[in-house]
Design a protein around this ligand. Structure first.
Ligand code: ADP
Length: 289
């Protein structure tokens, strides 16, 4: 048995045939051509499915940037996919290819994949975070994504840590953690890309260390609140910025418990994601496996 896992991003659509043991048997990538609008990027999606579809594939899982409704499979209006307004994607793909199809928010799907195949295997309450161009999160409870009433739960990147902040998030609100500690936000504050912050801090550069401390304080305050709210078994952090590695994680492990009412917070493991670049494909596949 195998399924197709498809990761629709603003730049590329990555897809893979995935079996029940998380083996990615074959992959294909096409450019999204998002700026050419819905008709073009939807045709790109269909072309990648055509490339990979074969006997034995029983379902299609798709992850895409939000906002979308995973319960209905409708893509609502993602900023990275212009023209994708209220598209009943799951229904369309299902009809077109005569297979069951699910559509899931990309961070939720990644969290599910880390729970099923990655760093959070064996844990029941998981807070998954990706610190990337944005900050996305997924809440996994007993092996299921927590969707909430309207399928909009788990938008942790848009939790404010400073309601009076002059940093306005892409969502329009001030002081979201995404507006303060995502890769581009770090670059803005530091005047250097986060890659450079990581490298220079490791070499003892005082300015880079200050920036890393500040970033870790923001993320730690936010993660401490997440622990107060969810009391998770584990926090898994992926995304480009997490590649700073131990200098970031050691700070987060120190600061986070100081920022939570939960007296067991220091025991909550804060670990790097394990699945790497294929997390989107695996996450999408997980939704239908
Ligand atoms: P995307 O947002 O497209 O999913 P990534 O998860 O790679 O892509 O996140 C991109 C962000 O991560 C950028 O802001 C980039 O500067 C930052 N980044 C990428 N690699 C590193 C690294 N090794 N150290 C620190 N930051 C990084």
């Amino acid at each position: 048995m195998a399924v197709l896992g498809i990761d629709i991003g603003g730049t590329k659509i990555a897809a893979g045939v995935v079996d029940a043991d998380a083996r990615v048997l074959e992959t294909a990538v096409v450019p999204t051509r998002a700026c050419e609008g819905y008709a073009t990027s939807y045709a790109q999606l269909k072309s990648v499915i055509d490339k990979l579809l074969r006997d034995g594939v029983t379902a299609i899982g798709i992850c895409a940037p939000g906002p979308l409704n995973p319960k209905t499979g409708v893509v609502i209006n993602p900023p990275n996919l212009p023209g994708w307004v209220n598209i009943p994607l799951a229904e369309q793909i299902s009809k077109e290819f005569q297979l069951p199809c699910r559509v899931e928010n990309d961070a939720n799907a990644a969290g599910l994949a880390e729970w099923r195949f990655g760093a959070a295997r064996g844990y029941s309450t998981v807070f998954y975070v990706t610190v990337s161009t944005g900050i996305g999160t997924g809440i996994i409870l007993d092996g299921k994504i927590h969707h909430g009433k309207n399928g909009q739960a788990g938008e942790g990147g848009h939790v404010t840590i400073d309601y009076r902040s002059s940093s306005i998030c892409g969502c329009g609100l001030p002081g979201c953690i995404e507006a303060l500690a995502s890769g581009p936000a770090i670059a803005r504050r530091a005047g250097m890309p986060p890659e450079e912050v990581g490298r220079a801090a490791a070499c003892g550069d005082p300015r880079a260390i200050e920036m890393l401390d500040e970033t870790a304080l923001m993320l730690g305050a936010w993660l401490g609140s997440a622990i107060s709210l969810l009391d998770p078994d584990i926090i898994v952090i992926g995304g480009g910025v997490a590649q700073i590695g131990e200098p970031l994680f050691s700070r987060l492990r120190r600061i986070t418990p100081e920022r939570s009412i939960n007296q067991f917070a220091a025991e909550t493991p804060i670990v790097p994601a394990a699945l790497g670049a294929q997390v989107g494909i695996l996450g999408a596949a997980c939704t239908v496996l």
